[in-house]
Ligand binder design. Structure first.
Ligand SMILES: [Zn+2]
Length: 203
């Protein structure tokens, strides 16, 4: 598994390209902006994008979804609760196309040898999810290095956010954490040093 981080847009959203190196099939997580940069990377490495996964529906995570999906033919996955039709708020501009699929807690999607498991992690948004693939945990705006996502926007809920952090921190073993913004981390580090994780574990 090869993970490429491409920070995109004004808020430097982390778009991740996760590739099965044998088949060169890949998934793109949160193509928030700069579709050309993302598509150039796919083309340069001859990658076949099979899926676009959204961790949540905020505008800074969805800006290049249509362009990437149209160009590659990838299936788009998101949680229904963050769909524009459901939320009706300008922070949630994306409506899943007919050929897309809604996903949620407990679902898993296979891309060649990679298996992505969906963990429902609401709080930052109602439809927020994290994705577990091998030793990697893509946490969107639920868990950041040393912090967590804000809950003061429409649909945010701090109690839910803490429950979601508790759930992530309760996963057995260690994971490399790839958040929606800023640097990556490890779950072990966050369990120890992240104030919100510590508070969540003590609930
Ligand atoms: Zn967000």
């Amino acid at each position: 598994m090869l993970i490429k981080t491409i920070p995109v847009g004004q808020l430097e959203t982390n778009c991740y390209v996760v590739t099965d190196e044998k088949s060169l099939d890949c998934a793109v997580i949160d193509p928030g902006d700069e579709s050309n940069t993302i598509l150039d990377y796919l083309e340069e490495h001859k990658l076949r994008c099979r899926a676009v996964f959204l961790t949540h529906g905020h505008y800074d995570h969805v800006g290049a979804v249509e362009a990437v999906a149209e160009e590659t033919g990838a299936t788009v996955y998101m949680n229904r609760l963050d769909d524009a039709e459901e939320r009706r708020d300008p922070h949630f501009p994306f409506h899943l196309p007919a050929e897309g699929e809604y996903y949620g807690d407990g679902d898993s999607i296979e891309i060649a040898s990679l298996r992505f498991e969906v963990i429902g992690t609401p709080g930052h948004t109602p439809g927020g999810v994290s994705l577990r693939c091998g030793e990697a945990l893509f946490t969107g705006d639920t868990l950041f290095r040393g912090s967590c996502g804000r809950t003061d926007l429409v649909g945010g809920d701090m109690e839910e956010e803490l429950r979601s952090l508790r759930r992530l921190c309760s996963l057995e073993g260690d994971y490399e954490v790839y958040p929606g913004h800023m640097d990556s981390s490890t779950l072990a580090r966050e369990r120890l040093f992240n104030y919100y994780c510590r508070a969540a574990m003590n609930l």
